[in-house]
Design a protein around this ligand. Structure first.
Ligand SMILES: Nc1ncnc2c1ncn2[C@@H]1O[C@H](COP(=O)(O)OP(=O)(O)OP(=O)(O)O)[C@@H](O)[C@H]1O
Ligand SMILES: [Mg+2]
Length: 410
């Protein structure tokens, strides 16, 4: 499979790691970084601005002070719902925080205005100001607006053009034990960080699938209507499966081709009919046969009330390649390590495909990883040159990074 490899990534052979970046080279180069972040009426913040022009930023403070909320604001510099996959309304500052944190009472004066986030950004093509927030015009469906240098943008696609944002949160620790839909959503998020059309294709597929199920439930017999929806499902399913296969192959290659780390050697596989067929035959033939399969499945799907075939049933399987066992069978600590190894591979693949590193958000890692692993992870990720954000309750937990970080106490 061929990748649209960016210029910078070509400078280094696969076996040769990119040069180490220091704070000085980081500011001189144009790797994506956030120089300042300002949130208004967002989560527990009435108004908060932080200056953060540094390659490594560590947010520290007591439980509940708002560390993850700031990472979440940064995650909204990418398209989508952010690192908690929250609904738009959940970002709005609610009054309950004031009871718990009296200092917020002043900030609550801003609660009546719609939440917003503004970031000064440096990236390869220049310096930009990104704004995003709740559409103040209201309306039945709440919308998130995006502004670039003060100008309103159509949709969120511009965010993906400017930078890639990736994150690890404690919630992901159990990803290999979760049900298949949660793991699929996790993997699709990785695909989306690399191939920007992926969320749009998933949305179109799901909408058509829901509409087809509604017709089946309501007893419609109009063959043309079904055929039109199944045609959308088939074409989107092929695009989605192809994107998953591309990223799967890229991640596995990235893991295999780099020197082994203390995080182990995961192997990712997809068990899904569409993904598997695409490896054997042309996309056109897979799409055609899928269209026929959907038509043939109508009777059965009407009885069961669910769509029996398609990419929404694919399983993402992760195993420990060295031991040849499923990740779910490894210990808690080993699972976290395998997750980190995939995360590192994702960061490398983004660097390779986009020609620049992602913005990396790591929430509450010290609660889950010892100093040794933390330092190792930082060393590997910072070699890519992108900005890294960490959160934790104790500065002492980051002792290994002490001299290199910009510390922001909340
Ligand atoms: N929409 C909202 N409006 C007001 N407060 C909110 C909103 N959403 C969440 N909060 C509050 O924000 C506070 C900070 O949450 P956050 O998850 O950022 O804490 P944290 O500093 O990461 O804590 P921990 O160290 O426990 O992970 C919490 O008390 C939470 O209840
Ligand atoms: Mg937190």
């Amino acid at each position: 499979m061929e990748y649209p490899v960016g210029g910078a990534a070509n400078q280094w052979a696969d076996s040769e790691p990119p040069p180490e970046f220091t704070p000085e080279t980081h500011c001189a180069n144009r790797s994506p970084r956030v120089n300042s972040l300002c949130v208004t009426a967002f989560r527990n913040y009435g108004a908060k601005t932080i200056e953060c022009e540094a390659p490594l930023v560590v947010l520290t403070g007591a439980n509940g002070v708002g560390k993850t909320n700031l990472l979440e604001a940064l995650s909204l510099l990418a398209p989508g719902r952010g690192l908690r996959r929250a609904a738009i309304a959940e970002f709005q500052l609610q009054e309950f925080s004031a009871a718990m944190v009296p200092s917020l009472v002043a900030g609550l004066q801003g609660a009546s205005q719609p939440w917003s986030i503004s970031a000064e950004l440096t990236c390869a093509t220049g310096d930009y100001q990104i704004g995003t927030g709740l559409d103040p015009s209201g309306g039945e469906v709440q919308k998130r607006l995006v502004y670039l240098d003060g100008k309103p943008q159509k949709g969120q696609a511009i965010l993906n053009e400017l930078l890639a944002v990736i994150w690890l949160t404690p919630q992901l620790d159990r990803i290999f034990l979760e049900g298949s839909s949660t793991r699929r959503a996790w993997f699709d998020r990785i695909v989306a960080s690399l191939l920007g059309d992926h969320p749009k294709q998933l949305k179109a597929y799901e909408q058509a699938m829901r509409e087809r199920m509604r017709l089946l439930r309501d007893g419609h017999q109009d063959g043309q209507w079904f055929a039109a929806l199944e045609s959308i499902m088939a074409s989107q399913a092929v695009a989605i499966a192809a994107a998953r296969n591309t990223v799967l192959e890229g991640l596995n290659r990235s893991i295999r081709s780099r020197p082994e780390t203390i995080f182990g050697t995961p192997q990712i596989a997809i068990v899904g009919a569409v993904e598997e067929q695409l490896l054997q035959t042309s996309a056109r033939l897979v799409e055609e046969s899928l269209r026929q399969d959907y038509a043939a499945a109508r009777v059965n799907d009407r009885v069961t009330g669910s769509c029996s075939i398609g990419i929404h049933r694919s399983e993402i399987m992760v195993s420990d390649a060295k031991r040849g066992i499923s990740a779910a069978m490894t210990s808690t600590g080993e699972q976290k390590s395998l997750l980190l190894a995939i995360f590192i591979a994702e960061a490398h693949l983004i660097f390779e495909m986009r020609g620049e590193p992602p913005l990396v958000l790591l929430d509450d890692l010290p609660a889950h990883f010892d100093q040794n692993r933390l330092a190792s992870l930082h060393r590997i990720l910072s070699a890519l040159g992108g900005q890294i954000w960490l959160t934790g309750t104790n500065r002492a937990d980051f002792a290994s990074l002490d001299s290199q970080a910009l510390w922001i106490g909340l």
